[in-house]
Design a binder for this molecule. Sequence first.
Ligand code: PLP
Ligand code: ZN
Length: 416
Amino acid sequence: MSLAGATVTGFSCARCGKEYGPGEASTTCPACGIDGILDVRYDYGEIAAHFGREDLERSTENSHWRYLPLLPVGSGETLPPLRTGWTPLYRAAGVLGLPNLFVKDESGNPTASLKDRATSVGMARAIDEGVAAVAAASTGNAGCSLAGFAAAAGLPCFIFVPADAPRPKIAQLLVYGATVFAVDGSYDDAFDLAARAIDAFGWYDRCCAVNPFLVEGKKTVAFEVCEQLGFRAPDTVFIPVGDGCIASGTYKGFAEFARLGFIDRMPTLVGVQAEGCDPVRRAFDGCCEMVPCEASTCADSIAVGHPRNWRKAVKGVTASGGRFMTVTDDEIVSAIRDLARATGIFGEPAGVTAFAGLTRAVREGAVGSDETVVVLMTGSGLKDPESALEAVGEPIAVGRSLDEVERAVADVPGGR
Ligand SMILES: *Cc1c(COP(=O)(O)O)cnc(C)c1O
Ligand SMILES: [Zn+2]
């Protein structure tokens, strides 16, 4: 594997800790196999010598390429054109009784989820390496993201999704021109089939969990949170967890900013899973290996029964002094409505799972009102309107008479 990023020094295995030079490993640790997820290592001394806080304060780059020195990509010539990152961090003062609550709204990314951060880095590398085709297994969003970026790059794209993925996501995949396989089975079945096809046909693997470069893109969300808070770390960050790549990437992002002296402490990370699919939470609570489960949740983007990146996620959350928790599907569906009504931010089920987790944590008294809390809102609600409708009921059916409207608004605040 070539390494375009000048400051990348190699890889380390998240399982056995063994270190590899730039050319010595492909996607996973040769000693550990598929369980040996690799982490990209950098020469931080070299980075610090050329990249300071002032550079960021002066930067006019409106995307996550403002962090190019901390990403494993080259000079910039082959960066994908779709603008990714530098999404808004909205203050939601008073929501849930928290004066210092912030929501990081990732729905403004090019394909409307946080996944674009990973894809853009993966695609920059794929273009650098001159690959002929890209592929991924996906619960939906990773595939949509890859399909969008592949369309922009003019590359063939092959996506494997569970057949019951939300229709809007299927539409998005097909619109971008991807070859889409609706796999008769779960996301985990789709993952296994994709891995076999990628192996057999030599496509570039965008599966975040096993491609060490992709998770590097996800760390930029943490960089942005720090910058947007004025180079301060929040006290606590709530993160939805499926495979665990966002959680581990977020940890790495904060850790790198702390290491470079851009922030003076680390936040506590709270990983939120759905009750019907919580293998990472169970691995954390049991201090043991992860036991895969059957996924059963409406939050399709985190319905990952066999997470691949759980070890890195557990390590990061543990190192931050944080924890994992679960929420029910009812809490998730209510959170779609509650977040939208309180802030104007509309998320898909997995997108609001972190907010659902915070809602429960506040109810249980686990969050102090003086804390600065950030919630990652990871995907647009338009990707799954059916789930949203479960929380809000139907519109008011009327004929064409004003009387009907008048009767209907009698009880509505501001109606008349
Ligand atoms: C993929 C995804 C997640 C979960 O991210 P992992 O890295 O798999 O833990 C959460 N929310 C949305 C909207 C996603 O698309
Ligand atoms: Zn290993």
